[in-house]
Design a protein around this ligand. Structure first.
Ligand SMILES: [Zn+2]
Length: 166
C-alpha cells in the first residue's frame, strides 16, 4: 500500500506522495525534485550576469547527496557553496571555477553527508515572493546548506584553493 506522504531522503521534506521516481542525479524524492524543477524555471529567468541558477543548483546538489549520486556532483556543489559564502563569488564565477577545477582534477572522494540536513529546503525558497526576496532566500539556503557540511570544510577549502588564488 502506498503511503500518502513521502519523505525526501536528502533534505527530509515531507510531501504528498505522487508516486514519482527518485531522480538519477540526486538523492531526492521525485516530489522534492519537482519543486527544484519549478525553482529552476524561476532561476533560469533571472539575469545571466549573477547567474543565481548556479547557487540553487549547488545548494540542491549538496543537500541531496548520498545514494547513487556521483562524488563529483557533491564535491562541486560544496566548492560552489564555499566560494559563494566565504569568498563572495557570484553564480557566474562559480561556474567558471567549476570548469577550471574540472580541467585540473578528475577523481573526487566520496564525502559523507551530514547526519542531519540543513533546516532550509527548496520549498522554503519557493515560498518566498519571486524577485529580490526569493533571490535572498536562495542566498540564505546556500548559507544554511554550507553550514550543515561543516565537517568537510577543510577538505573543500583545500580543493578550492587553485581557483581562490587565481
Ligand atoms: Zn529534498
Amino acid at each position: 500500500m502506498k503511503s500518502s506522504i513521502v519523505k525526501c531522503p536528502g533534505c527530509g521534506l515531507m510531501l504528498p506522495n505522487q508516486s514519482y521516481a527518485e531522480p538519477p542525479r540526486f538523492h531526492a524524492s521525485g516530489e522534492c525534485m519537482e519543486l527544484y524543477n519549478e525553482l529552476s524555471l524561476y532561476t533560469a529567468s533571472r539575469g545571466h550576469e549573477q547567474f543565481i541558477h548556479q547557487l540553487a543548483l549547488d545548494a540542491y546538489g549538496a543537500q541531496h547527496s548520498g545514494g547513487g549520486t556521483r562524488p563529483i556532483t557533491t564535491a562541486f556543489s560544496l566548492i560552489g557553496l564555499y566560494l559563494v559564502v566565504e569568498h563572495g563569488f557570484t553564480g557566474r564565477q562559480v561556474q567558471l571555477a567549476h570548469m577550471e577545477l574540472g580541467r585540473r582534477k578528475s577523481d573526487w572522494p566520496e564525502l559523507t553527508p551530514p547526519l542531519s540536513p540543513a533546516a532550509m529546503t527548496v520549498q522554503d525558497v519557493l515560498q518566498a515572493e519571486a524577485g529580490p526576496k526569493r533571490d535572498a532566500a536562495i542566498q540564505d539556503w546556500v548559507r544554511s546548506v554550507w553550514a550543515s557540511w561543516a565537517h568537510v570544510r577543510d577538505w573543500v577549502k583545500e580543493a578550492a584553493r587553485p581557483v581562490v588564488q587565481a
